[in-house]
Structure formats: C-alpha cells, structure tokens
Design a protein around this ligand. Sequence first.
Ligand SMILES: [Zn+2]
Length: 250
Amino acid sequence: VLRWRSYGESDKIVTFLTRDFGKLTGIGKGAKNSRKRFPNSLEILARVQVQFRQRQEASLAFLESCELLGPRAAPMDPERLAYGAYLTELAEQMTVEWSPALSTYELLDEALRSLEEGPATAALLRAYELKLLECAGFATPLDHCCECGTTLANPDTPEIFFAPSAGSFCCMGCGHRREGLQHDGLQAISAELVARLRTLRQIPLQRGCENSLGPQRDTAAQITGQLLALHLIRPLQSTRTIEQLTRSRS
Ligand SMILES: [Zn+2]
C-alpha cells in the first residue's frame, strides 16, 4: 500500500504498487469499518493480497477484499516508519498507473523487508534511490565521464565534477573546460564517493544497508536528491520527517 485517503464516511481510496499491473488505485467501499473484508490491511507500508474488479472506463478499481501479508510484527519505530514512508512515496512518483513495473515492485518489497528486519540507515536510502532510478530507466553513468567517456575511477584524479542540472558526472578536464565556458553550477566531489555510489547501486540492497557512507553521508544524500529531483513530479512530503528525525538525533 503506497497511500490512502478517506472518501465519504466509510470508504477509502487506496493506491497500491502491484506485482502484475504496476500502480493501481481503487476504492474500498466500507473499508474503514469492514474488519472482515479489509482486516487492518489498507494502511501505508502494508504488504497485501488484494482482490479487485476493474470496471470498464472507470479510473478507480473496485476493491473487493484485501488480506494482510505483512508486516505482522510490532509497529516499527518512528525512524523506520519515516524511512518506509519515503521509500513508498518515491515508488509512487516513479511509477505510472496500469503500467507494469516489476523491478520497482521487487525493489520496494525488498527495501521494506530490510527495514522491518534491520536498522534504518542512510546507505539503505541511497542504494534504494539509485536502484529505483535505474528501474525507472533514469540510471546515470557512474563509471565514465559523460562528455569524453574516460573512466572516472582513476587513482590520479581524486576529484571529479557533478553537474546537478544535468544529473551527470564528468572528469576534471571536461569539468574545467565547461567551467571555462561558464557552465552552470558544477560541483567538485571526490571520485571515491562516486565509486561508493556505484557499488551501492550494484550490490544487493541488503548488503547496501550495512555499507557505511562515513563522513560523505550528507554529500551522497545531496547528490542522489538532485538526481531524483530531475524526475519527480512534485516535491516529496516524507523528506521533512526524515530531516527532523536526523536533526533531533544529532
Ligand atoms: Zn571527460
């Protein structure tokens, strides 16, 4: 369940990410009160098996019943809930109604399970963001310069450039040339950080969770945030909660 809202006295309009149909929104008649057809199953982050009918030319599916598959454990702590809300909100924005998105579905499923079982880490969010962009067809090359194609993992050049407006990385030579042309807002970043991001995108999500980003954590968040911003339809709501939690913790 990606999100839901009340409709009238007793109905819910719920958006799911489904294995077979991509994103899907349906109306659950009496869902607020029916413990039989919808037993605690239409809450955000719930993993469910949903039975529905699609009425011809109706944009909303008709939800018949919904069974909760997980999580069944005790409610998550505020931090993991906030992270989960962020994961689902991103998946919601990166998918299209009735357009199958199996890789995104599997990624979100894996990420939510990681969150249920393990700690909320910044590395999990970064890995998820990079993989999600890849699933949506927006993967940025992280191994070679976007202009001349030279490898970015060169021990002789500890710094490279990031172009936030294009969401691309380039080598020092091309970066300086672009700066000479007064190109907008290039940001020098360490090549090692880009190598870490590349690893996070490649390795299984679960292993990514254990990967510490160290002192470059904030820069990593800023870069992936800028990569995402190029493709988001509207500003994210859930980032504010994560920022507040991070601030209160430090
Ligand atoms: Zn170059």
